[in-house]
Write a protein that binds this ligand. Sequence first.
Ligand code: FMN
Length: 202
Amino acid sequence: MKNLLMAGMAAVMPMTAQCEDVLVFAGSTRAESVNKKLAQEAARIAQGMGAKVTVIDLRDFSIPLYDADLEANSGMPKNAKRLRDLMIANQSIVIVSPEYNASIPAVLKNALDWASRGEKGGSSRNAFKGKKFALMSASPSGMGGSRALIHLRTIVEAVGGQVVEKQVSVPNAYEKGALDNSALQKELKEQLSQLMTNEVNR
Ligand SMILES: Cc1cc2nc3c(=O)[nH]c(=O)nc-3n(C[C@H](O)[C@H](O)[C@H](O)COP(=O)(O)O)c2cc1C
C-alpha cells in the first residue's frame, strides 16, 4: 500500500533534473563588447552552479551572410556548421544580445538563420527544438537593450526553442561596476536556475 502511494505521488510530483551542458555566446564581435562581458559573467555563475559551460565568440566564426545560392552551390559554410553543431551538442543556450535600432544585430540574426538550416539545405529545428534558452542584453542606454530581447525571443521561439521566462537586461553598461555587482549576480543566478533546472513530471 505504501509503495503504491509512493508510486502515485511520483507520477504527479515534479522532479528536478540539473542540466549540465550550457553554450554561451554574445551577438557582438567587438573586442570590448559589454555583451561579451555579460556573457562571461553568466558563464562564470553557471559554472559555479555545476554546469559544463562552453563560451564562444562569434568573432572566431566569421559566418558569411546567408545566401540561398551560396547554400545551394556550396552547402552550409564551415563556420555555420561549427556553430550549429555546438548548439545541437548543448542542452541549454545563453544568448547575450546588444540592441541595434531596437532589434538584434545582423551578425546574430545571420548566425541564427544559418543555424535554422539543415546541412543539406531546407529548414531544420535541430539546433533549437527541445532546448532551453536564456536571453540577456547589455547596453549603454537606460533600457539595457531590452527591446532587442523581444525580437530575439520571437525568433528563438519561432524555430522551436523554449525561452525561460526571466530575462536580464543591464542598463548603463559602460559605467563602472554595471556588469559586476551583487544585484546583477542575483538576477543571473535566478535566470540560470530557470535555464538549468528541468521540471520533469514523472
Ligand atoms: C547600428 C547601431 C545601432 C544601435 N542601436 C541601439 C539601440 O537601439 N538601443 C541601444 O540601447 N543601443 C544601441 N546602440 C548602441 C549599442 O548598445 C552599443 O554600441 C553597445 O556597446 C553594443 O554592444 P557591445 O558593446 O556588446 O558591442 C546601437 C549601436 C549601433 C552600432
